[in-house]
Design a protein around this ligand. Sequence first.
Ligand SMILES: [Zn+2]
Length: 238
Amino acid sequence: MPTPPLITDVFDLVLGRTCLHCQTPGPALCPPCLAQLRGNTRPVSIPGLVVPACAATDYDGIARDAILEYKERGSRSLAPMLGRLLADAAMTVARPQRPSDCVLIPVPSHRYAPRGFDALGSVARAAAQALTRDGLPSRVEHRLRPGPAYLPMKGLGRGERQSRITGAFRPMGRTRPSPWDEFALLVDDVVTTGATASEALRTLAAAGTRVSGIAAVAAPSRGTRGTIHAPAQPRCRP
Ligand SMILES: [Zn+2]
C-alpha cells in the first residue's frame, strides 16, 4: 500500500523537506507545481505499435526532476504525485475505449534496480487509486518479470535498445488468456523509443494478455507526438 498523500505531507513537513522545484516547505512536489504538470496529457507515437499510447507530460523541467529524484534518489513521497500524472495518461487512453474497470501492468525494473524499492509499482498503485477515485475502478497486476538479459538502457538509441530488449522479459503470474472484457494497460514512468513497451506487449501477448494501450508519466517531446481518436461518448470522468 502506498503511503497516503496526507501522511506523506506530514512526514515531509516534520523532516523539513521542500518542493524540489519551488522550494516551498512540504512535499517534494507541491500541489501548485503538480498542477502545472497536469492537463498536458498527449498521445505518443511508437513505430509499429497498434495500440494507443499516452504520456501525462513532457520529460523535461519539473517532470524530469521529479522522476529522477524519485527513481535515483529514492524520494518515495513523490509516488502519489507521479501516480496522479500516470492516472491522467491512463484515463486518456481508457476513455475512448469505455472500459468498466482497468488492470495496470507495470514494466518490470531491470535486475540492477535497488532492491526493496518497487519504484514503478508504487507509482502504478497510486495511479490505480487515483483512477478508481475518478470513476474507473483499477488495480495493479505484475505480469512481467525481468529476464537475465534485461539491463539498463539509459543513453542508448532505438536500434541498440531494440537489440538489447528482445527477449528481455518473462511472463509471471497468470498466463492463461485474458477474459474477453478485460481492459489492461501497460504502464511505465518514461516512454522513450517504445522499444521496451513493444517487447513488453509482445511478451504479454504470447502469455495471453491482450493490452489495450500504454500510459506513461512522461515522454520526450521531440518528434513523438501522434494522434488518438476522440471518444464517441466518454463514460469515465476525467
Ligand atoms: Zn513547488
